[in-house]
Design a protein around this ligand. Structure first.
Ligand code: ADP
Length: 239
């Protein structure tokens, strides 16, 4: 299990996370909803080791993750803006994680080409990032993360800057890849539909407090989720 226990974090006097506790099963995706500024990024950064919690425990199959350096945690943090090396091709960007691990060139070639194909990037493998669309860049960014087989992916509104159609394509691709690669992930989004599509479970952050809905019905009926409000909005349009 992936377990967080009583994680707290303040910046100066501002309490950003208050005793955040939850568990999730490996190989599942937990959607994390919440308004801007409620602490979602801070939680992900603490898990990745990019920020340090004031208190609390984080274990992965009982291993204490806080005792590990960020680079030892086998977690990947991905944000809205894909971070790619601008001077390297799609192939080189994706292969990078294997190259620095001194994997044999033949294996790098095989693994990278296989992943490029799965991500639908075969036609673009020799392009550099500036020649790619937003969706393609985000696919490369996923490829860079997946190639090193991370234990946990921390996805911070990864599709936030994409147009609606590309976003739907990326959601479908993510679902396919998540099953195939047995990905464990936290997926931050403020889009209710996306949270429902992407998450095996759905959690909500509100002013530093975090709760996981017991099931989709609770997500639907709980006033805090905002689902009913959204449905009312659409109903009013046709009344
Ligand atoms: P979210 O991802 O939900 O939008 P964040 O985790 O980015 O929220 O931020 C939560 C709160 O913590 C915000 O009020 C933000 O201003 C504050 N915060 C985040 N990082 C820092 C920092 N490095 N120093 C001071 N305050 C910060």
């Amino acid at each position: 299990m992936i377990t967080l226990t009583n994680i707290s974090k303040s910046y100066n006097k501002e309490i950003v996370l208050s005793d955040v506790s939850f568990s999730m099963k490996p190989h599942t995706t937990l959607s994390v909803l919440g308004k801007s500024g409620c602490g979602k990024t801070t939680l992900l950064k603490i898990m990745a080791g990019l920020e340090v919690a004031d208190n609390g425990k984080f274990t992965f199959n009982e291993e204490n993750m806080f005792a590990l350096q960020p680079q030892q945690r086998q977690t990947v943090y991905l944000s809205q803006e894909p971070l790619l090396f601008p001077h390297l091709s799609v192939f080189e960007n994706i292969a990078f994680g294997l190259k620095i691990r001194k994997i044999a060139p033949q294996i790098i070639n095989e693994k990278t080409n296989e992943l490029i194909e799965k991500l639908g990037l075969s036609e673009h493998k020799n392009k550099i990032p500036e020649m790619l669309s937003g969706g393609q860049k985000q696919r490369v960014s996923f490829g860079r993360a997946l190639i090193i087989n991370p234990k946990l992916m921390l996805l911070d509104e990864p599709f936030g800057s994409l147009d609606a159609q590309t976003r739907t394509e990326m959601q479908n691709l993510y679902k396919k890849v998540a099953t195939e690669f047995k990905i464990s992930a936290l997926f931050v989004t403020h889009d209710l539909k996306e949270a429902l599509i992407m998450g095996d479970e759905i959690g909500q952050m509100d002013k530093g407090y975090f709760k996981i809905y017991n099931n989709k019905n609770e997500f639907y009926t709980n006033a805090q989720s905002g689902v009913k409000e959204e449905i009312e909005f659409w109903k009013k349009l046709i009344e």
